[in-house]
Ligand binder design. Sequence first.
Ligand SMILES: C[S@@+](CC[C@H](N)C(=O)[O-])C[C@H]1O[C@@H](n2cnc3c(N)ncnc32)[C@H](O)[C@@H]1O
Length: 266
Amino acid sequence: MENINQQAVADLHEANRQRWNNHAAEWKRLRDEDGIWRRCHKEPHLAFEGRAFETIANFFETLQGKRVCVVGSGDNYAAFALAGLKANVTSVDISEKQLADAAERASELGLKISFVRSDAADLQSLADNSFDLVCSTNGFFIWLADLTRVFSEIVRVLKPGGHYVFYDVHPFQRPWKDQVMPIEMKKPYWERESCPGETHWTIADILNSLTASGLDIRRVIESPAVNSRFWEGPSYGPGQDESLQDWKCNPRAGLPVWLTVAAVKL
Ligand SMILES: C[S@@+](CC[C@H](N)C(=O)[O-])C[C@H]1O[C@@H](n2cnc3c(N)ncnc32)[C@H](O)[C@@H]1O
C-alpha cells in the first residue's frame, strides 16, 4: 500500500469526529424511529447484515465471557447484541456524542459495556493481545483515511488466534448516484475521494490492507440486501417498495450490497 501522510489522517479523522458529534442527534432520532436498539440484546441477529452474525457464531461456540471490541460502534447495535450474548464488550468510537447516546441506551437496557472514546487508528488506551473478537459494522470504512493503520491497531489489540469480523457496504455500491433510476455513475470505481472526509475503498484496498496488517483471511462473503430498506434510507425499519429488490427495476440490486470478512490474527 502507498504511504499515507499521518498528519493528514489525524486531521481528517478529527474533522470526522466533529462531524459525527454534529450528526449524533439526527442519528439518535433515526434509530429511535425504528427502535431496533431496544431489541438487539435479545435478538442479536438484528444487529448484523451480510451473514456476519452467522460467521461469528461459526467461530465461537459461545461468546459468554469473551472479550469483544466493537470499533466505530456508532449506534452500538452490534455492541448491544454481543453484550446480550454475555460477552465482555468494549465499544470504541471517535465521537463522544455517539458514545454518550449509546451509554444512555445501554443503561436503559441494563447492559454493562465499557465505552471508550478513541480514534480507531490509534487505540492507545487498549492493551496489546487483549480481545478474542473485534467487530466493525455497516458504514465504518468510509470514515477512515488509512485502512492499514486501523487494521494494524485491530491486530495489536487482538489475542493471537483472535478474530476480526466486519461487514460493511460493498465497494461496488459506491460509484453510483444514490437512489437514481435509471442507474447513473457518479465516479469511477477506483476514485477513492467522494465528499470531504469520506474515502471509498476498493475491494483490493480492503483485502490487501487486511493481509498487510498481519490478518489471515478466513472467509469473504458478498451478499444482496435482504429487503428493500437498504435502498430507501438509513433506517432499520422494514422496506416499503419491494420492486427495488428486483435488479431489472433497480440494477444496483444486481450487485452485492454487503462485504463481510472474517480474519484471524495468527
Ligand atoms: C455509520 S456509523 C457505523 C457504525 C454503525 N453501524 C452505525 O450505523 O451506527 C459510523 C461511526 O463510526 C465512527 N467513526 C468515524 N471515524 C472513526 C474513527 N476514526 N475511529 C473510531 N470511530 C470512528 C463515527 O463516529 C460513527 O459513530
